[in-house]
Design a protein around this ligand. Structure first.
Ligand SMILES: Cc1cc2nc3c(=O)[nH]c(=O)nc-3n(C[C@H](O)[C@H](O)[C@H](O)COP(=O)(O)OP(=O)(O)OC[C@H]3O[C@@H](n4cnc5c(N)ncnc54)[C@H](O)[C@@H]3O)c2cc1C
Length: 306
């Protein structure tokens, strides 16, 4: 363990993040920071100019060879403030916890978040959505950080939200927290909706007992990545310790201590199959952290994995 001077931010050197990831794949990160507040975050970000930011690693493939650089994990920035229908959540709050917390207050709008493990920061960055709801629906403003501007705010309109994307992806803006205004509703109705959402997931998506990172590819406009992949027989595809899930062709599951290189190899097979049959280039939803394995960096280039 190493400590920074002024605010004593927790930092672990050569920290293996594998068990933090929903895919249960990954290697050692040279310097991994766990700030507990905005002040701590800013201190680390200023000391570590190139640090990468992660929440719950549920949309990220971490290289089995690790990452030679600094990573800030936001999981300890997990405060929630509720004032009437106004809710402020720090970036590290996990979606399911936020969903349950507001439901108990009779606040509706986050029922969709109950079934997947993203953090508020990751969800805003990705504009996460499910079951007809989206994180940007009830969002009012975001507290952000960038090296150039320090801490600043962006309104919903300034966030450039679109399908699985936000302005933060193009401009390297960090989300420190977000404010929402939710709808008042009967808590029983909210709980019922959340139970239905969880039930739907049981039959349509692999549980985390089968390590995965959610949908691998984005849906092309007016089409379904899962259907395209199923039509080329992807449900039969496997590589080393990973395979395409037998019940939905847009999920890769880690069945036998897989490596990140195997995941990217399998993604290339899926990508090539759809391109050959339909001349459609699927765009990956999953993100990548790594800089030590040349073949992986090459595969990310071909696949356009960011
Ligand atoms: C079983 C399962 C089901 C899923 N179902 C869905 C679903 O229904 N809908 C859906 O949209 N997604 C789904 N996902 C994908 C995933 O949960 C979401 O993409 C989620 O938003 C990722 O959040 P995270 O904190 O885990 O992000 P991470 O994996 O930690 O990071 C993802 C990206 O966000 C960036 N990031 C993270 N935090 C911040 C921050 N504070 N500021 C700036 N950038 C940040 C990272 O740099 C990275 O590029 C599912 C995943 C799993 C494993």
């Amino acid at each position: 363990m190493m400590r920074l001077s002024a605010l004593q931010v927790e930092c672990v050197e050569n920290f293996n993040v594998k068990n933090l990831t929903s895919l249960k794949i990954g290697g050692a990160v040279a310097r991994c920071y766990f700030p507990k507040s905005v002040d701590e975050f800013v201190e680390v970000a200023q000391n570590e100019g190139e640090a990468k930011i992660f929440g719950n690693f549920s949309n990220t493939l971490v290289s089995s060879d690790g990452y030679d650089g600094a990573v800030i994990v936001t999981s300890k920035m997990d405060g929630i403030k509720i004032d009437g229908t106004k809710v402020f959540a720090e970036c590290g709050v996990k979606g399911p916890k936020l969903s349950q917390t507001v439901a108990k207050q009779g606040l509706s709008g986050f029922e969709f978040m109950i079934g997947f493990p993203g953090s508020v920061g990751g969800n805003v960055f990705m504009n996460a959505s499910a079951h007809g709801q989206c994180i940007s629906d009830k969002l009012v403003k975001v507290v952000c950080f960038s090296k150039e501007k320090g801490v600043f705010e962006l309104t919903k309109e300034e966030m450039g939200f679109d399908y699985r994307t936000s302005r933060c992806q193009a401009e390297s803006i960090v989300i420190l927290g977000a404010e929402f205004v939710l709808d008042k509703k009967n808590p029983d109705e909210i709980q019922k909706k959340m139970s239905e959402n969880l039930e739907f997931r049981k039959s349509h998506q692999p549980s985390l007992a089968l390590p995965n990172c959610g949908s691998v590819f984005r849906n092309p406009e007016g089409n379904s990545a899962g259907k395209l992949l199923e039509s080329i027989g992807a449900k039969e595809f496997s590589q080393g310790g990973v395979k395409v899930w037998e019940n939905h062709a847009n999920f890769i599951v880690n069945t036998q201590n897989a490596t990140s290189e195997q995941v990217l190899g399998l993604m290339l097979k899926m990508f090539d199959g759809v391109k050959k049959r339909y001349n459609i280039e699927l765009q990956p939803e999953v993100r990548y952290l790594g800089n030590k394995n040349e073949n992986e960096v090459r595969l990310c280039g071909i696949l356009n994995v960011k």
